[in-house]
Structures are given as C-alpha cells and as structure tokens.
Write a protein of this length. Structure first.
Lengths: 217, 475, 245
C-alpha cells in the first residue's frame, strides 16, 4: 500500500468515512469554498492612503507622496542621493520608459543580479490595514528584484491602496483569475529578532524600503 | 529528532540553576507577552476572531481527507508534485530521492519543524547533500553542532548575544563582534553565497490552501523568499493538519498568527506560493514538491486529542506558561516544548517516552486563554494523565496515595479520625512555629519553601464543638 | 436561601478559621447555612491526577450530600470549579447522573462570586485597616471569572488600601500535585510570585484559594519576607485582626 493510501485510509477510518458522507462532505466543501466568507476584521478608518502611510512608516519604510509617474525619476534620484547610494538601479519593464536619464540615473529593465544595490518595482496593490505591499510574480514582475538588492523602492498608485488582505484577494481573482506563482506581501525592510529578541533591520532581504505613493496614474 | 523527554525533571533542575539561561528566559514578558497583548488591541473583536479561527480549523479537520484531496488536486494542476510520508524516515528518503533526481549537492532551508521531527539535516549529510539552515536562529543552532531549538518561533531564545558572538568567531574565522546588528550583518554575508548557489530549497509550510493548491510562508528575514525563489527545486515539508479551505480563511488566520507569535500585526514577508515558474519567468523553481507528513497526526483525527490538530504553531502557549518561563524549551526534550509540546510529544513520540510532560503543568490555563484557535490545553493534559493511569504507567506510590485518600475520604468517620491525628502531628512538628521548614513526608515541597503549620484542630471538630453547647442549651 | 457550605479539605485541615469566616459572611448575607457533617473532599486531587474512578466516587458523595441545598458555596475557586466545570465530565454516560451533576453545578459558587452576584451582600460585617495586595488564583480567575468580585467586596471596607501587584494574574506555582512532583520548578515559580508580592509593598497578600495560600505563605517565610497571607473571607468577616491602624 502506498503511503498516500495508508495515511488517507487512516484519516478516513478515524472520521468514519463512507461513500455517502463523502459525497455530502464534498458538496459542503465546495459550498464553503464558493462562499469565500471573510472573518472578523481589524479596526480601520476611512482614509486608506493615510493609514497605509502611517503603518508603513511604523514598519521603518520611508514614504513620499508624489503627484504623478513623471515625477518618479527625480524623486528616486533625491532619495538615492540622500542615502549616499550610487545613481543606478534595476526596474520592472513597465517603468523602463520613464525619463531616468534626465534625473541622472542609470536604470536597467532586467532581472536583478546579486550585485545590484537598488531595485525599483511597482505593486499589484497595497494593504492599508498593515502598511503592506502586495507583489505578484510574473514575466514582467520578477520577484527577485524586490528581494536581492539592499534597497527596494516601490511605486504605489494611490488608487491601488485597498483596505486589507480580503480586498486584495477579491481584486486578484477579478483581475487575474488564476493565482501567480508567488504572491509576496512585503511589510517593511527585512528584519530578525532571533538574537536576544532584539529587532534588527536588514536580515536577508532589503535593508531599506522606500515607498512612492503616486496620486494619479 | 531523538526523544529525550524522559529526562525532563533532571534537565529542568539544571535549567533552573543556569543563571545565564534564567536571564535570557526573563525576556519572555517584555518581548512576547506584552507585545502580544498590545498587538491584539487593533482587532475589531479579538475573541470573535479566535472563534472564527477555531471554527474554520474544526471544519477542515472534520473532513480532513476531503480537504487534503482537494489541495492535492489543485497543487498538481498547478505543476507541483504531491508526495506523502508516513514518518520521519520516509520524509528523509523522499527528500534524498528528489535531491538525487535533480543532481543536488547543496540545499538551503528555511524553517521547518517537520524537518526537525524527521532529523532531515543528518540524513542529507549522510547522503552527501549539504544542508544550510538560513533562518538566523536555525543557522546558529546548526553551526553549534546541530543543537536542538528551544522554542518553535525563536529557536535560540535560550542564547545571549555573547554566546552567538563566540560561536560566529569560531565558525566564520572572523574577529568577534558583540553588536547584534553586526552579528546579523555577518550572518547575511556568510549566507548570501549559499542562497545563490543551492540547487534546492526546502521550506516548511505555515498553511496549505485547498482552494488554490498553495503554500503560505510566514517569515521576517527574507530567507523564506530566497529559499523558494532562487533554486530550481523547491520542496515543502509540512504536516497533514496544515490544510485550510480558502484565501479568506488564510486572511483570518493571518490576523492571529503574527500577533500571537511575536506581537506583529503581520510578518515582514508573507508569501503565497502556487506551482512552478511560468514560461518566461526568470524567478521561481522549475520543480515543486509537497511532502505531506503523517508522523502521528492521522491517528489523532476525530479522536480525543483532535483539538490539538488545530494548532497553528504560534508559540503563544509557551510564552505564557509559567513552567516554560522557568525552565526553557530544552528540558522538554524534543521538537515541541511548552504546553503544546507536552501534548504532542507523548502522542507523536510515545506516551512512555514522555511520562513527566503532561504532569509538568499547574493547569493554570494561562496558555489556553491566549491560544488563537482555542485549544483546551489543560483539558488535553489532564486527558493524557488519565491515559497514563489507564495504562498503569503511574508510580505505585502515587496510585497508593490516591487510593488511600479516596478510601478515607469516602468514610467520614475514618476521615475525621485520620485528620484529627494528622493535623496534631503536623502541629507538633511545627513546635509552636508558624511553619515547618523540613517535612520528611513532602521533601519536594520543603526543599524550596516552608510548610505552614495547621491550626491544630479540624473545622469538623471545632464546628461540632460549637454546636454541641447550643444543643445543650436548647433542651 | 438554604446554602450548603462546602468547607473544602484544606480549610478543614489547615485553616478552620476560614470556614467560620465564610459561615459568618453567608449569615450576614441572610442565608440559612447548613454544613453537611459527612463532607470531606471534592475529588480534585484524583481528577487532576487522571484517576477518574476515585474522582467519580467522591463526586457522587458530594452530590448526595449537597443535592438538596438551594446553593452550594465554597471558599475556594478550585473546588468550586471542580464541582461547577468538571463533575458533568466525570458523570460520563451513567444514566441520569450527568443531569443531576449539571443541576448541582449550576447552583455551586465560589464564595465572593456568591456574595456579590447571588446574595448581593451590600456591606460586609468586618473591619480591616491596612494595605493589601490581591493574588488572583488561576482556577477562580480562568475557570470561574473571579476577578472583580473579591475587589468589590473589599471596596466595602473603608480601611482597606488595595495596592495591585504586577503579575496579579500569574500562576503562583502550586498546581496541586505539581508542587509535590516538581517541587523545584514549583518553588521557582512561587519565588517570582512572591517577589511581585513584596514589590507591591503591602502589609498583606489576600487571596481566595488555600492551595495558593499555603504555597505563597511557605515561600514568603523561606524568603524571610514577613508579609501576612490572608484569605479574603477572613478579611471580609473581620477575623484577620487589624481592625484599627
């Protein structure tokens, strides 16, 4: 007997599984899945962008508001300069056409390598409740770009700030149908508390997360 | 992992006497207890969220076979291979087979308690595959000769930064650092090349989502993402009880898990992984495997201890346990310490191997009131004690004492006589003092504290005496 | 109201005066109090040790002795909780027994809970002048919700100065047989509790359970700390001395 049959067989026996109750059980299962009932929520006000900004800052991300996408290169140039970082980065393909050169930046649209110091990504959406970025992996949204470099800069359209995880799932189902390979929720720079329960920023992921909230797209 | 729970009492004694450990354990209140209490305040209704979590866990466990089949179907459809392992030995064999099939010489690992149960690292090394732990705490344990973890969320809770500093200096052959920030940076630099060169990544799974065939990973460091994004092969090892129905159910549990574990409203990184890399994707594994492990879980389904299967491995119970706070995790002798470990170890590793664990509790229920899925831990511990009695595993002296007490307590005349003498004897031992410093009958008590002297007469006799003259007067 | 006083074995053996204080309080609340003469033990030691047969035998005895009372009151959170929360479990499948145990459970109360919520005592008979801190026993707190009740009654005494300790709700380390099986760990937990008591800088620590009382008193004395250890019944009944400053 295979391990699978052995294990499932034991579970079925413990539950008193019969052909009849299997059929009704499966029907109940599908009903529960279809219902997608959310549970009790967190306390949230009406100003989603304000809440997102507040929570992101509490998680040690830095946040800047800008009017539109055209202002992104200048904003990033200022940020890199203020942190003494070299004026170069990798970015998602959707941002390749922004006027980086005018801001004095060398930005390549390609997957991140171990040597890249700055990664510029967008996001699928952002969760106000916890100050969280939601990124979906894909051909044009490589996951490693927000992971390997020491500095991660995320461009967040204000219209894509949703209340919480439940809203994000609803949006994802509506716009994508199928789940991407990886949905990564990012809440600030990487950190660890393993040594003496003292929180230290910059474990294996980025040290710094800078968020640009774009008012209009 | 080898079971050492039979040495609980002796090890507990050592831990109580370990002054450095006691300092480290003292961090429990501020770092875990207080933070958690603060973090639940921004939920609309914490108790309602707990109840919702309990219900969805019970709903799944009630039809666990069906939910597992559903998960397997979805995961397979999305390109993963779903394998099943009866026990730790099978886990190791399956992982080694996968490693050999894909020509793997190095594996990066993010946290998996199941892999601890199975002793996976040792098995990989014996098979010529190098495992590298990447969770900072687990890495520290690995380089310390594969020391076992002492807490399920904070594996080196028992260590000070000086311990880590000395260990790093010895292992990395670099000058010792004492600043925690610098130590963390050093670990990052040492581990980075491994992340980029390993052919296979092994992770645990906080939850398996049946609706989508996905695994949810909760981490803070980024190592979970590294381990599941960079290598060409990703293996998920987790217990069969981890399956949950929908993405909405996942969101509910994610409101409770980080808050209960570390007092965070969400973990730094929370990833939902579904299947293999799509064509054109530059990141992500080409091959994904799930190893669903029984290891004693199937036998608990639908039984007297089924509630324990709700556990989402947050660690809140041990953080709030006065016994854990006093002795730490290593005394428990296996993978899982504290209240949840005292229930799981006898059930997974054999009741005879962990006789003391269910008794090493005051049944205070400080654990139960914080458990995010409302597991009635003291009731389960008591039920394990009942099992021990049924299987004649208790010492004869204990059985005798309980039988004598019960026999006498059912016979009021005997009871009155015995207690009259008993309290007079204790009173005499006290010799007029308020307490007795040494009591031969109860050495465990008096080694650490005095035994207060009784008043010298029983309530029974005093009450009878008070009523007697009144009865006389009313004649 | 015909109230059966469940004295508890530890009060009977170690601190009879607490039984008399409880009696005084119930009479002050206007209750007719009966004290079944054959009562001994609620069976908790056997129950918590996993010995169901012995526990059940004692539970049946308690049922027989107290079934006819309107209420059953005990000066102990853990004994009241055993009767209230666990007797039905012990009854198991035995015909009709679970129902009778459920009825008994519904009318069994810990003393301060009874005085506040059932008898609605408006003025406790005793006087006490001094500073106290309060230890919330685990069984009373987490099984029966005893927290506000003793404090409400103590607030009826103008001479009482309540200084809450940090960790008032933390376990004292008694745990019944735990103290006898794992004495070292038990004493370590007790030490932490006693340090909290000492830090509150009160003349006395007041509590509602004999197990905690003996444990805490024994540890304080071994530590050389002179804080008095009093049962809440003694204080409320005015039997703890210290009526004036």
């Amino acid at each position: 007997m295979s391990s699978r049959e052995d294990i499932l067989g034991r579970v079925r026996r413990q539950l008193g599984r019969t052909a009849e109750n299997a059929a009704s059980g499966r029907a109940a299962m599908e009903r529960h899945i279809a219902a997608r009932a959310p549970g009790p929520r967190g306390i949230l006000g009406n100003d989603l962008v304000g809440r997102f900004r507040e929570k992101s800052a509490a998680l040690s991300s830095s946040v800047e508001d800008i009017a539109d996408l055209a202002q992104v290169p200048a904003a990033i140039a200022r940020y890199l300069d203020s942190h003494g970082l070299p004026p170069q980065a990798v970015c998602w393909p959707r941002f390749a056409a922004l006027d980086w050169q005018a801001a004095g930046l060398r930005v390549e649209s390609r997957p991140a390598r171990g040597t890249d110091l700055v990664g510029i990504s967008g996001c699928f959406c952002a969760l106000a409740e916890t100050g969280t970025l939601m990124l979906c992996s894909g051909v044009d949204t490589p996951a490693a770009l927000s992971l390997l470099p020491e500095t991660h800069i995320a461009i967040v359209p204000a219209a894509r700030v949703v209340a919480g995880m439940e809203e994000a799932w609803t949006l994802l189902r509506r716009e994508s149908g199928e789940l991407p390979r990886a949905v990564n929720f990012i809440s600030g720079p990487s950190r660890t508390g393993d040594i003496e329960q003292t929180i230290v920023l910059g474990a294996h992921g980025p040290y710094r997360v800078h968020i640009l909230i774009v008012a209009s797209q | 992992m080898q079971v050492r729970s039979m040495h609980f009492k002796a090890r507990a004694g050592e831990k109580l006497a370990d002054a450095k450990l006691q300092v480290n354990l003292g961090r429990s209140k501020s770092k875990f207890v207080d933070k958690r209490a603060h973090a639940i305040l921004d939920l609309e209704d914490f108790e309602a969220t707990r109840e919702a979590a309990r219900q969805l866990r019970d709903l799944t466990l009630k039809d666990l076979d069906l939910w597992l089949e559903r998960f397997e179907q979805e995961a397979t459809r999305r390109g993963a291979t779903v394998l099943w392992a009866r026990d730790g030995a099978e886990v190791c064999q399956l992982v080694i087979d996968i490693g050999r099939r894909h020509g793997v010489s190095k594996v990066t690992k993010s946290k998996s308690m199941l892999s601890e149960e199975a002793g996976l690292n040792q098995a990989l090394e014996a098979a010529g595959i190098q495992p590298v732990e990447t969770d900072l705490g687990e890495y520290i344990l690995q380089i310390n000769d594969n020391e076992p973890p002492s807490h399920i969320i904070a594996p080196v809770f028992h260590k000070s930064k000086e311990d880590v500093s000395a260990l790093f200096a010895r292992t990395h052959h670099l000058p010792p650092k004492t600043d925690i920030q610098e130590l963390t940076r050093e670990a990052r630099e040492v581990l980075r090349p491994h992340f980029l060169s390993a052919e296979m990544g092994i992770s645990g799974g906080n939850f398996l989502v049946a609706e989508t065939g996905s695994v949810a990973l909760v981490t803070n460091e980024g190592n979970g993402r590294m381990v599941t994004t960079m290598p060409g092969v990703h293996v998920v090892i987790t217990g069969i009880e981890k399956v949950i129905p929908t993405l909405e159910d996942l969101a509910t549990l994610m409101r409770l898990l980080p808050r209960s574990a570390t007092g965070q409203s969400i973990s730094n990184y929370f990833s939902l992984l579904t299947g293999t890399a799509r064509s054109g994707e530059t990141d992500g594994p080409a091959h994904m495997y799930f190893i669903l492990v029984d290891g004693g879980r199937a036998a608990m389904v639908g039984g007297e201890f089924a509630e324990m299967l709700r556990c989402i491995r947050c660690g809140a119970c041990m953080n709030h346990c006065p016994v854990y706070q006093a002795v730490g995790g290593h005394a428990y002798g296996w993978v899982y310490p504290g209240p949840m470990g005292s229930v799981l170890t006898p059930l997974f590793a054999g009741m005879e191997n962990a006789i003391d664990l269910p008794h090493a509790a005051t049944l205070c229920n400080q654990c139960g009131v914080v458990c995010p899925v409302k597991i009635p831990l003291p009731d389960l511990l008591r039920r394990l004690r009942e099992k021990q009695v049924e299987r004649h595993l208790r010492p004869w002296s204990e059985r005798l004492a309980l039988n004598i007490w019960s026999w006498v307590a059912q016979r009021p005349a005997w009871y009155a006589l015995a207690t009259k003498f008993g309290v007079r004897y204790l009173n005499w031992l006290a010799g007029g003092q308020a307490s007795i410093p040494v009591l031969g009958l109860a050495p465990e008590w008096t080694r650490g504290r005095d035994f207060p002297a009784p008043e010298g007469k029983t309530f029974r006799e005093l009450y009878a005496a008070r009523r007697a003259p009144r009865r006389e007067a009313s004649r | 109201m015909r109230v059966g006083l469940f004295v508890t074995c530890l009060v009977d053996l170690m601190r009879p005066r607490i039984g008399f204080s409880a009696l005084k309080l119930l009479e002050a609340a206007g209750c007719e109090v009966v004290v079944p003469a054959t009562q001994t033990c609620c069976g908790q030691p056997a129950y918590n040790s996993g010995d169901r047969p012995n526990a059940l035998a004692l539970a049946k005895k308690v049922l027989a002795e107290f079934e006819d009372c309107d209420y059953v009151v005990a000066p102990s959170g853990s004994c009241a909780a055993t009767i209230r929360s666990h007797y039905v479990d012990l009854a198991g499948e035995e015909a009709g027994l679970a129902e009778r145990m459920a009825k008994l459970a519904a009318k069994t109360f810990e003393l301060t809970d009874f005085l506040v919520n059932v008898a609605k005592l408006e003025q406790v008979p005793g006087k006490y002048a001094g500073s106290i801190t309060y230890h919330d026993s685990c069984a009373g707190l987490r099984q029966l919700g005893i927290k506000a009740q003793p404090r409400a009654l103590l607030a009826q005494m103008p001479g009482v100065q309540l200084r809450e300790m940090s960790g008032a709700e933390d376990c004292c380390g008694f745990g019944g047989s735990f103290a006898l099986k794992f004495g070292e760990i038990s004493a370590a937990i007790a030490e932490k509790k006693c340090r909290g008591i000492a830090a509150a800088e009160a003349d006395a620590v007041v509590l509602g359970d004999l197990g905690c009382m003996l444990n805490i008193e024994g540890k304080l004395r071994r530590m050389g700390v002179a804080t008095r250890v009093l049962h809440v019944a003694e204080v409320l009944a005015g039997d703890a001395g210290q009526e004036e400053r």
